[in-house]
Write a protein that binds this ligand. Structure first.
Ligand SMILES: [Mg+2]
Length: 343
């Protein structure tokens, strides 16, 4: 049996089963957005790491080194956001071809530093090695959360609302616009969707506020709404029902879908890399949560569905429900090599 027979999520479940976990100090080990580790003084540490590989996650033809640095940091910060935590420290490990221009590398670091500083995060170390082909960037972020306040993927309860920050599908729209050169659209359209793809913003402030206002479960949108709600449903042992017409999409995303004759809904459900947060919350707590998030960050929360007793995920449209299965990218189940430039 080979890695490609098992797939990325199959591998994660295997590590969950087979790697030893310290039951004393590990409150949440493998399988959530970040690990939650007990620490003296009434706090818990959050730890998360992500690797981005050239030609799998990014194409140097589309991104500047500064944008790439910012994005590598942002996708890790997003996992801290998904736990309701605050980011503190980062480590950077780089695999570089020897021919990498020093000026290019300095711009990459500028991007990493810029995004880290924006969220009061300090880069405290790392490693640099030679890569025989292509660039490999691993960022590890450590964050903190008050004891017992990390929001897991497993806390959704029947009766909760399912809410998302911002809008979905914009990042996939941006990627499509880079690879398929659309016919002319208003200048703001390409600018919006490409920024969503190349310079995603981690929802750290929103995540902390949502945790404070009763988020029962939370996850960030790295693979697409369909995949994320399936994680929430499976780990919380509940059913999630999403209302198709409630899924928030930016006007620019819809415009680009029209121009490219693409399916905006498919971008929102399976495109991924939006780095918005999907959370569940009791209905009576939602209004206060949404108000606090809007007043302190300017970000809108949208109710996209609800949690029911049962299992699996469903998409509702005009009173009819159909199964909502993820069809997003799996690193090992793809048969035709890299099919996109994103995780
Ligand atoms: Mg995540």
């Amino acid at each position: 049996m080979q890695v490609k027979d098992v797939g990325e999520f199959g591998l994660i479940r295997r590590w969950e089963r087979e790697l030893a976990q310290d039951p004393e100090q590990v409150a949440q080990g493998i399988g959530d957005d970040a690990a939650v580790l007990d620490f003296p003084g009434g706090r818990q540490i959050l730890a998360t790491t992500d690797t981005l590989v050239e030609s799998v996650h990014f194409d140097l033809a589309f991104t500047s080194p500064r944008q790439l640095g910012k994005k590598c940091m942002a996708v890790n910060l997003s996992d801290i956001a998904a736990m309701g935590g605050r980011a503190r420290y980062a480590l950077i490990a780089l695999g570089l071809p020897g021919s990498t221009e020093l000026a290019w590398l300095e711009d990459l670091y500028r991007g990493l530093q810029e995004e880290a500083s924006r969220w009061s995060t300090w880069i405290v170390g790392g490693d640099t090695v030679r890569s025989p082909s292509g660039l490999v960037i691993t960022v590890t972020v450590l964050g903190q959360v008050p004891q017992g306040r990390a929001v897991p993927r497993s806390g959704a309860r029947p009766g909760d609302l399912v809410v998302v920050t911002g809008d979905l599908g914009g990042s996939a729209a941006g990627l499509a616009s880079l690879t398929r050169s659309p016919s002319p659209v208003e200048p703001g359209v390409l600018e919006y969707v490409r920024r969503r793809q190349l310079e995603p913003i981690p929802r750290l402030a929103e995540g902390e506020i949502m945790a404070h206002h009763g988020a029962s479960a939370m996850i960030d949108v790295s693979d697409g709404l369909a995949s994320e709600v399936n994680h929430l449903a499976r780990l919380s042992r509940v059913r999630v029902v999403v209302e198709e017409e409630s899924i928030p999409m930016a006007p620019a995303t819809r415009t680009l879908a029209r121009v490219l004759e693409a399916d905006a809904l498919a971008w929102a459900l399976n495109g991924g890399e939006d780095y918005e947060l999907v959370s569940t919350v009791a209905p009576e707590q939602f209004a206060a949560m949404a108000r606090a998030v809007r007043e302190r960050t300017g970000t809108c929360l949208t109710v996209v569905g609800r949690v029911e007793a049962g299992a699996g995920c469903y998409l509702m449209k005009e009173g009819k429900r159909r199964r909502l299965e993820p069809t997003s990218y799996d690193h090992f189940l793809t048969t035709s090599g890299p099919s996109r430039t994103s995780p």
